[in-house]
Ligand binder design. Structure first.
Ligand code: SF4
Ligand code: SF4
Ligand code: SF4
Length: 256
C-alpha cells in the first residue's frame, strides 16, 4: 500500500471548472501524481480508493438535502478539507437564488417543478462543515492550487496573498480603467487571476470574491459619483460571488 498522502477531489453543485484547473496543471501533473496518491478524482479516473483521505479538495456549493448530508461524510473522511472555487467558498452563481424565491424560479423554468428537490439557498461548504482552507476563483488559479498542495505536503501555510486585484493590476502596469469611468470591482476583489480583465480594458466583476478587508461602501460611493444607479450597482455586485457576505451585504444596501 502506498505511503504517499491520499488526495481526494469531490464535486457538489458546480460546473467542474475548478477540477479542470487541476487537470490543466499539465507540466506539473506527473510530479503531483508522484507526490500524492490520487484516491478519487472523477474528472481524471474512474478508480475510487476508499478513505480516509489526507487532503480533500471540495468543489461546488450545497444546494440539496442529499448534498448537505454528503458533505458531512466527506468531512468525516478527510484530515484536511479545502474548499476550492467561488461555488465552494461563496455559493457560486447558483447562490443568486438566495436573493429570490427558488420556487418561483423553478415554476418559470420547468414544466413540472414538483419533481425538483432543491434547497431554497446555495451555500458554501463552510456553512455546513469546518473548512481548513479556502481557495478563491471561478475557476481557481492553477498556480495558487499548486502552491496550496505543495504547502500542504510540506506542512506549511500556503503563500496565497489576501490583497486585491488592484495590486496585480499595478504590477502588470495596466492603465486603470476605473479612473476612466469603467466600473471595476478590482479594489475589493481577491487577487489570483493576474488582473486579466483590466488588462483587456474590461472591469473586474469579482469572480475571485472579496479580498481580506474590502471597503465596499467606499467603492460603491465612487461608482455612484460616476453616475451608476442603485440597480446597476446591485447587478455589478451580484455575479459569481454574489453571496459572499461582503458583496451580498453591499448589494442589499442598494436595494430599491
Ligand atoms: S467556481 Fe466557477 S469554475 Fe469553479 S466549479 Fe464553480 S462555476 Fe465552475
Ligand atoms: S483597473 Fe480595476 S483592478 Fe486595475 S487598478 Fe483600476 S480599479 Fe484596480
Ligand atoms: S473578473 Fe476580476 S477576478 Fe475575475 S478574472 Fe476578471 S479581473 Fe480577475
Amino acid at each position: 500500500m502506498s505511503t504517499r498522502p491520499r488526495l481526494a477531489v469531490w464535486k457538489f453543485a458546480s460546473c467542474d471548472g475548478c477540477q479542470l484547473s487541476l487537470l490543466e496543471c499539465e507540466d506539473e501533473l506527473l510530479a503531483l501524481a508522484q507526490a500524492v496518491e490520487i484516491a478519487r478524482f472523477a474528472e481524471a479516473t474512474s478508480t475510487v480508493l476508499p478513505g480516509p483521505y489526507d487532503v480533500s479538495l471540495v468543489e461546488g456549493s450545497i444546494t440539496t438535502e442529499h448534498d448537505a448530508r454528503r458533505i458531512l461524510e466527506v468531512r468525516a473522511q478527510s484530515r484536511v478539507l479545502v474548499a476550492i472555487g467561488a461555488c465552494a467558498t461563496a455559493g457560486g452563481i447558483q447562490a443568486l437564488r438566495n436573493f429570490g424565491d427558488v420556487n418561483a424560479f423553478a415554476a418559470a423554468v420547468y414544466p413540472s417543478p414538483q419533481f425538483l428537490a432543491t434547497l431554497a439557498t446555495a451555500t458554501p461548504i463552510s456553512a455546513h462543515v469546518p473548512v481548513d482552507l479556502e481557495l478563491r476563483g471561478c475557476p481557481v488559479d492553477k498556480e495558487q492550487l499548486l502552491e496550496l498542495i505543495a504547502a500542504l505536503l510540506a506542512g506549511r501555510r500556503p503563500a496565497v496573498a489576501g490583497y486585491s486585484v488592484c495590486i496585480e493590476c499595478k504590477r502588470r502596469a495596466n492603465v486603470c480603467i476605473a479612473v476612466q469611468g469603467t466600473p471595476c470591482l478590482g479594489p475589493a476583489t481577491h487577487a489570483g487571476c493576474g488582473a486579466i480583465c483590466p488588462a483587456f480594458r474590461r472591469g473586474c466583476y469579482g469572480c475571485f470574491g472579496p479580498m481580506e478587508t474590502p471597503n465596499m461602501p467606499a467603492l460603491t460611493a465612487q461608482w455612484q459619483q460616476a453616475g451608476m444607479t442603485p440597480g446597476a450597482i446591485r447587478q455589478a455586485l451580484r455575479m459569481f460571488t454574489a453571496a459572499a457576505p461582503e458583496f451580498a451585504a453591499e448589494s442589499e444596501r442598494h436595494d430599491d
